[in-house]
Each structure stands twice: as C-alpha cells, then as structure tokens.
Write a new protein. Structure first.
Length: 188
C-alpha cells in the first residue's frame, strides 16, 4: 500500500511501440494505487506493443494523441524506457514539445532507463542531475547533464532511474514529487 496520496492528480505516460513493459505497468499501478489518474499519451495510434526485454509483451491502448495533449491538463509526466520506444519518441517534435512544457510549468517529470533521450532532444537536461541506463551516460553528459550511476536521482521535481531493478525507488520518488506538486527549480 502506498504511503503517498495523489488523489485526483492526472499523470501523463508518454510512450510508443517498443516500451519496456514493466517500466510502464509498475509506475502506472503505483499512480493508481496512490489515487492518481494515469493517461497513456502517444504519437502512435494504439494498440502499442510492449516488450519484456527482447520478447513481445502485452499491447496497450492509447488514450490521447500527443499532438492533442497539453501539459497544463496534467500534474506530472512519466517517460518509461525501452530502446525502441525512446528512440522513436526523441525525434517526435510533438513529444519534445509536450515534455518540455512540463519543465516550463515546473511540474514533476519522471524518466527511467532510455527515457531521458527525449529530455535531451527537448533541451531540458543542461545543468540537471540525473541518471539513466548506462549507455546514455555520454549522450546526457554531452547535453550538459550531471550524470551519475545511482538507483534514483531527484533534482527539483525531475526523477530518473537506470533500469527495471530500480522501479521500487523510482515509483516512491515519482509519487513523492507528484504529492509535493510544482517545483520552482524544475525548469528549462
């Protein structure tokens, strides 16, 4: 049972085909258990194909096209990982715009594994403390981020983790940041 209460808070989950399934389903369930309302946002029409590593997993229905999504309608953003998912999202201009808007509005953003690739393209990692899957370390450092190899890193409403093994800590900090609300330091 969650110790956090985010009752009624709306949380956008931005993803597409190739998402690492557990990095979607675990935070999704944590948000619901804490009273939040998750919405699946995507540049693709559904259903989306999840993956368990290299193996196909379940499919997930899209609630809203990212081209129609507005950050002001949500209290937080979650970016699950998965190499294919993150690679497609980082070049999608609507996804970049949507993610950047959360930073402009000082709202919590949580990103795990390969998810921070989108944050690089959205131009929001310079000077920020974060972590990711280890193969993104050089990309993030080159974009000006202060990367470290830790289970979870929190920087003024920005929550990042490395991989599915970090989900317990990731979910806890995600809920904590949503519960706290906007952070003035969460900006571009």
């Amino acid at each position: 049972m969650s110790t956090h209460d985010i009752s009624g808070k709306k949380v956008a989950f931005l993803l597409t085909d190739g998402v690492e399934q557990i990095e979607l389903t675990s935070p999704w369930e944590a948000v619901k258990e804490a009273g939040g309302v998750p919405t699946l946002v995507s540049p693709a029409a559904g259903p989306l194909q999840g993956f368990n590593g290299m193996d196909k997993g379940d499919t997930f229905d899209v609630d809203l096209a990212v081209s129609d999504a507005r950050a002001e309608d949500y209290d937080a953003l979650v970016l699950p990982g998965g190499v294919v998912n993150a690679d497609f999202l980082r070049v999608d201009t609507d996804a970049q715009r949507f993610a950047r808007a959360f930073f402009e509005q000082h709202k919590p953003v949580a990103s795990i594994c390969h998810g921070p690739w989108l944050l690089i393209e959205a131009g929001v990692v310079d000077g920020r403390d974060l972590t990711s899957f280890h193969t993104l370390a050089t990309d993030l450092k080159n974009a000006g981020a202060n990367w470290s190899d830790e289970e979870v890193v929190v920087d003024q409403g920005l929550v990042t983790s490395r991989n599915p093994g970090d989900l317990e800590a990731f979910n806890d900090k995600l809920l904590e940041e949503i519960e706290e609300g906007p952070h003035e330091g969460q900006t571009v």
